[in-house]
Ligand binder design. Structure first.
Ligand SMILES: [Zn+2]
Length: 140
């Protein structure tokens, strides 16, 4: 059903791998909460004001900090001055690729740093709580 929905069509244009094996593999060992986080980012249904406004959960589509910019995923990750420090940390870890949304959402090597960015902004805390990776299981 999902594959026939208009949302899937739209998602496919953004990222053809949205339901691919590579995505399944990427999130396979994550807690459910983090899998949803990735899904919502990929389908652009993440709880930032632009989306919340569209579903009538926010009176404004704009960023709570930047009154004249819509709070899109792009704004949240790459533009908003509120998160300059967190963004700096991210780009120290990932270099230029830190400003590529497909890279952040699909590359296993980006996962830890992407989640740390999201977590340290605190912006999605009310929807997802802490979004850090769980510690690796101790090998017996
Ligand atoms: Zn902003």
């Amino acid at each position: 059903m999902w594959a026939k929905s208009p949302r899937f069509e739209r998602t496919k244009q953004i990222d053809p791998n949205v339901l691919s094996n590579s995505f399944t593999k990427l999130v396979a060992n994550l807690p459910k909460r983090l899998i949803s986080l990735y899904m919502y980012f990929r389908t652009r249904h993440i709880s930032l004001n632009q989306h919340l406004h569209r579903i009538k959960r926010s009176i404004t589509p704009n960023c709570p900090i930047c009154a004249d910019s819509e709070e899109t995923i792009h704004h949240f990750l790459f533009v908003c001055p509120q998160y300059d420090r967190e963004r700096f940390v991210l780009s120290r870890k990932l270099g230029r690729k830190a400003s590529s949304l497909p890279f952040l959402l699909t590359d296993p090597s980006a996962m830890e740093h992407f989640l740390r960015y999201v977590n340290s902004t605190g912006r999605l805390k009310s929807s997802f709580g802490e979004v850090l990776l769980p510690p690796a299981p101790v090998k017996q």
